[in-house]
Ligand binder design. Structure first.
Ligand SMILES: C[S@@+](CC[C@H](N)C(=O)[O-])C[C@H]1O[C@@H](n2cnc3c(N)ncnc32)[C@H](O)[C@@H]1O
Length: 275
């Protein structure tokens, strides 16, 4: 009999269990993510790529941990035509999409792998670009340190991620409020230590700012469907089960206006150079 995840006993290693759900969720989400979220997240991905290009990384390889369906790999190839580019993602569906995306780009490769296993990265590493992955990881500050330490001296790290307070109003804020009332609070303390983590790992922080871009959704219903089938709430569906998610859905729809949703979330962009 299929069990509701809510009925499951507590996992022995919550980090490992959370990572398994996360990877399965992004595997399932991949095809829908390409059509729904990628175009909406694109302006920030372009910001992160532009920041990396403006910092003129030395020759070498640029690694994109959590490259998803590969949009950032194409943008990197255009921005840095003299560099080799390696995309890493643990979700098979994402890697499949990314491989299709880059088939005509000889200097770009994709590998299915955890993006924090930096010991397996080729060297010299001239750049690291990471978009919308950091906030998903169990230990973001450790990932930042590992990415910084993987860089050759002078190498550049460009990271964009969703902070906890990404918008005061809007559908992301509504979801967040509803979940905060139902789940144990997420530890967001790491957001305050991003610069310290990078400096301790040998980096100079060149930029640390938030960027807002407009995002549109046909309706609250369409937003919810995309979020749970092919977006950031897919892991919650797998980890908490249908009953919990239905309850959150009802609360979300009650709290949302009818008609088109337009909002302007702000992502955080951090650029740092290895000393
Ligand atoms: C929101 S998507 C972002 C994808 C892409 N960077 C973009 O901006 O469109 C998050 C990605 O992080 C990946 N991910 C999850 N855990 C990861 C890990 N430990 N290392 C690398 N990537 C991971 C997921 O598989 C998914 O592709």
């Amino acid at each position: 009999m299929k069990r509701d995840p809510e009925d499951s006993p507590a996992p022995r290693d919550p980090d490992a269990h959370g990572q398994q759900c996360l990877i399965r969720a992004w595997d399932e989400a991949a095809d829908g993510y390409v059509s729904y979220f990628e175009p909406r997240f694109r302006p920030w991905i372009e910001d992160a790529v532009a920041a990396l290009r403006e910092a003129s990384p030395d020759p070498g390889i640029v690694v994109a941990p959590g490259c998803g369906a590969g949009l950032e790999l194409r943008l990197l190839a255009e921005a840095l035509p003299g560099h080799d580019i390696l995309g890493l993602d643990p979700a098979a569906g994402m890697c499949r999409n990314a491989a299709r995306r880059i088939h005509d780009l000889p200097r770009v490769t994709v590998r299915r792998d955890d993006g924090t296993r930096t010991d397996a990265w080729p060297r010299p590493c001239a750049g690291v670009l990471s978009c919308f992955v950091l906030q998903l990881l169990p230990h973001p500050e450790r990932a930042l340190a590992a990415w910084m330490q993987a860089l050759a001296p002078g190498g550049v790290l460009s990271v964009v991620f969703w902070p906890g307070d990404l918008e005061p109003e809007g559908p992301f804020a509504t979801v967040r409020r509803i979940l905060e009332a139902r789940l144990a609070p997420r530890n967001r303390a790491w957001e305050g230590t991003v610069q310290d983590a990078l400096r301790a790992a040998g980096g100079d922080v060149l930029r640390d700012e938030t960027r807002g871009h407009a995002m549109r959704h046909e309706s609250a219903e369409a937003f919810w469907e995309a979020m749970t089938l092919s977006g950031p709430l897919r892991p919650l569906v797998l980890s908490r089960g249908a009953r919990f998610v239905d309850d959150v859905r009802r609360a979300f729809l009650r709290a949302s206006p009818s008609g088109e949703l337009v909002h302007e979330p702000r992502a955080r962009l951090v650029l740092a150079r290895r000393g």
